[in-house]
Design a protein around this ligand. Structure first.
Ligand SMILES: [Zn+2]
Length: 115
């Protein structure tokens, strides 16, 4: 792919940087507005058990989970107590399964390290 060119999300074809309509499939390019919450994160895998207090992490939205930017408070056996926009919350990091306390399905959060 040449410098400044972009890839069509619909057909995967490469187009010029200022193209508004894909020459391959005629699909229109949309420009995603940048979120205020956008941060650079590391895609390098890490062990959540090694997280230190005060480290910033991003939880990626999955079904019924917390998402957003959090600061690590304390690491437990099955998850992490973090501090976010709405105060303290618990990011479950254990196995998939039914919670014995709430009776609801739960699965580990997907986390990324904020750079
Ligand atoms: Zn296309």
């Amino acid at each position: 792919m040449g410098k400044g060119s972009k890839t069509c999300e619909d057909c995967g074809g490469s187009c010029g940087p200022r193209t508004k309509i894909c020459p391959h499939c005629q699909s229109r390019f949309t420009f995603k507005p940048k979120s205020k919450n956008q941060v650079r994160t590391s895609k390098v895998p890490f062990d959540w058990r090694d997280l230190k207090r005060g480290v910033r992490i991003k939880a990626v939205q999955t079904y019924g989970q917390y998402s957003g930017i959090f600061k690590v408070h304390r690491v437990h056996d099955d998850g992490i107590v973090v501090h976010g926009q709405d105060g303290y919350c618990f990011l479950y990091m254990g196995e998939d399964g039914i919670s014995p306390t709430t009776g609801q399905w739960r699965e580990p959060h997907k986390l990324e390290l904020v750079k």
